[in-house]
Design a protein around this ligand. Sequence first.
Ligand SMILES: [Zn+2]
Length: 185
Amino acid sequence: MVKIFIDPGHGGNDSGATGNGLKEKDVTLKIAKAIKSKLKEYENVKVKLSRYEDETLALRERTEMANSWGADVFISIHLNSASSDNASGFESFIYTNTGSRTRGFQDILHSEIMKLVDNYTDDDRGKHEANFHVLRESSMMACLTENLFVSNKADAELLKDEEFINAVAEGHKNGIVKFYDLKKK
Ligand SMILES: [Zn+2]
């Protein structure tokens, strides 16, 4: 049984990035829920979300939840924002100096997401490493995705489009399915 922990970034008092009529916390929850429902079609996989509603959660609560559940992988979903409205596109992060298995997971997840996001925008900002709490304090493999910029007009329009949100979720699902070689029920 593979245990997938999905963390919709922010929530409750913490809206995350805001701009162009969007709140990051709302979109991350939509994406996370869509990934969970897509994975219901597969065998030998359990999915847990750090939150199922608009709820305030500290970063430590999120990693402790995943650690005590014994997740195999921690996937944190975020949207990006920048002071310049020119910045746009998709990027992913893993912890600095992490193992090759995590690097392999990031490679697959990133490319499966870009395959579908590419139908809307070919803006690939690349694979990165960072010392983020959720990547550092989770005791399992962890990857954080930054799914376009709320601060960019064209990106924000995509983030308001249900079809695009579905594509982003499908990309995450495809990456998980490919890495763990999950079979349909
Ligand atoms: Zn965020």
